[in-house]
Design a protein around this ligand. Structure first.
Ligand SMILES: Cc1cc2nc3c(=O)[nH]c(=O)nc-3n(C[C@H](O)[C@H](O)[C@H](O)COP(=O)(O)OP(=O)(O)OC[C@H]3O[C@@H](n4cnc5c(N)ncnc54)[C@H](O)[C@@H]3O)c2cc1C
Length: 510
């Protein structure tokens, strides 16, 4: 039986959509309020001159997490989508001209490691085994657990110490692998979810095992197809999505959620809110600070936000056969560049780039004989004070020049359409504080129990999903955050604050 007042989900990113599907499957009435005129949040889409540009995630690493959502609606993912494996996962090109294909096939991988540095083969094998061990604990046991009690942290401490989680990812990989380029190959991955490899804990080494175990996939039609399909099944279950409806306030009375108020002045009474927005935006701008703990504003001010992103989009009137679907173009500096981005917050002259060529796998994303690309550069977030209206165009031009030189010959004379997003897009369009690409930075002091919890300690009835909360950014993380909310939000008919043990656990049909 559906509750009378809806659970209001603020935001339709992957976290919000997953939470809406899970809660609707439990029998809640669910309304998703999205500020923008399209769903998907960071997984947005721009269609121009026959090109389909995904504007956010492109790498699907744990497809079963999506399949579970379709199953909750009584459907199969394959009815809606075709997911194809991508090989190589990534091609890493170095400024000295050497390149490394990061792949699943162990024999091919070991051959390449041996070519780079024969002495590192055995070290890589030990590192890979460590990655498996970390995955067994960090992913299998922690990623879908609430972590809102300090005891959750204490419980895992022995395992974390045993696995060396106090070390950074880079320091850990460097214990096993000597070659500087191989160290980069096995540490750049957290950059795709907002983490500095020199600061994130070695728990992030689990990504290596996760990619090996489940592969790297692409959705034919682009990630936007996945968003469309999730919206379709969510609506078929009876949850409502309202686009162009920014929430301006979460009304709280005596410590409990009472309603949300939209920018149009509409008041929607509700006892449960699941915020998919940046938690710093939710606490800082949607809730009267008086409802939060005394040190709350100080905590918000002290949050370290992840880096910003500059994403340049372009279509070409010719094909670039042979360029991989995912290419990482390492610049001449690694540690120092990351210091510039994360710590000094200055726009460096050099860059490391991620080049996405979706038309390598799905030519249908561009007109015949053409290609669709995006190129992503990690940059400082908006705490830098960089004026992107001044810097953006020149920065993009330098990136295109570099791509032309390193991987796409003659590029600029073949571009037919182009545009870019800077941290301003993230701040203004997606309401991400400081224009951060991925919400609060994943570092030890902002991870697990130290990260924003999925259930608010300040306001009864307020829950969180998405990149800003535990377990963190990236599609596996945000989708797992919805699993956590499913566990901790009372079932239909239960009041906020009542004990969960007082109801029968089990799904009701939507
Ligand atoms: C360029 C880029 C590339 C990436 N590549 C990958 C990748 O390949 N693989 C991967 O796994 N991850 C990748 N990531 C990370 C991943 O995309 C994100 O972590 C994830 O999509 C974030 O989802 P989310 O649920 O936190 O919500 P978001 O996508 O952040 O969406 C939040 C939504 O809330 C809405 N909102 C905010 N405030 C309000 C309000 N007041 N009222 C109403 N609505 C509001 C916003 O409009 C937005 O739609 C990438 C991210 C970016 C930016």
């Amino acid at each position: 039986m559906a509750t009378e007042e809806p659970v209001v989900v603020i935001g339709s990113g992957f976290g919000g959509l997953s939470a809406a599907i899970r809660l609707r499957a439990l029998g809640h009435r669910v309304v998703v309020l999205e500020a923008r005129d399209q769903p998907g949040g960071r997984a947005g889409v721009v269609r121009r001159e026959g090109h389909v540009f995904d504007t956010g995630p492109t790498v699907i690493t744990a497809p079963h997490l999506f399949a579970e959502l379709f199953e909750l609606a009584g459907r199969r993912m394959e009815e809606f989508l075709e997911l194809v494996p991508v090989d190589p996962f990534y091609r890493v090109q170095f400024s000295d001209g050497s390149r490394f294909d990061y792949i699943a096939d162990e024999a091919r991988l070991l051959r390449q490691i041996a070519q780079f540095s024969p002495d590192d083969v055995a070290g890589y094998q030990r590192m890979s085994e460590r990655s498996r061990q970390i995955f067994e604990v960090g992913y299998q046991q922690l990623v879908a657990e609430p972590f809102d009690s300090f005891w959750d942290m204490v419980r895992i401490l022995p395992d974390m110490l045993r696995l060396g989680s106090f070390r950074s990812l880079y320091a850990t990989v460097a214990r096993y692998v000597e070659d500087d380029r191989l160290r980069q190959v096995f540490t750049f991955q957290p950059l795709l979810i907002g983490g500095n490899p020199f600061r994130v804990t070695s728990i992030y080494l689990l990504i290596h095992w996760l990619e090996k175990k489940w592969g790297v996939h692409f959705v034919m039609g682009g990630t936007t197809r996945l968003v469309e399909a999730l919206v379709e099944i969510m609506e078929s279950m009876g949850a409502q999505l309202r686009l162009g409806t920014p929430v301006e306030q979460i009304e709280v009375d005596q410590g409990r959620v009472k309603a949300v108020v939209t920018s149009g002045g509409e008041r929607i009474p509700c006892r449960f809110v699941v915020s998919n927005a940046d938690p710093c935006h939710t606490y800082g701008e949607l809730i009267d600070n008086g409802h939060c703990r005394k040190n709350h504003s100080r905590r918000l001010r002290r949050i370290r936000h992840s880096m910003g992103l500059f994403v340049g989009f372009f279509g070409t009137k010719r094909r670039y056969e042979g360029v991989a679907h995912h290419t990482i173009l390492m610049g001449p500096r690694y540690r120092e560049l990351l210091e510039d981005i994360f710590e000094r917050k200055v726009l460096a002259d050099d860059f490391s780039l991620y080049l996405h060529r979706p038309t390598a796998t799905d030519p249908g994303l561009a007109p015949p004989g053409c290609e669709t690309f995006y190129v992503l550069a990690p940059v400082p977030n908006n705490e830098s004070g960089i004026d992107w209206s001044e810097e953006g165009e020149g920065y993009f031009e330098r990136i295109l020049e570099s791509l032309e030189r390193r991987v796409l010959p003659g590029l600029r004379q073949h571009i037919t359409t182009r545009f870019w997003h800077s941290p301003n897009y993230f701040e203004r369009e997606l309401r991400s504080v400081a224009g951060a690409g991925f919400g609060p930075e994943p570092r030890l002091s902002q991870s697990a129990w130290f990260r924003f919890h999925n259930r608010s300690k300040d306001v009864e009835g307020l829950y969180f999903v998405g990149a800003g909360v535990h377990p963190g950014a990236g599609l596996p993380g945000v989708i797992n955050s919805a699993k956590i909310v499913e566990k901790v939000l009372p079932r239909p008919g239960i009041q906020a604050g009542e004990k969960r043990g007082s109801f029968k656990v089990g799904r009701e049909t939507a």
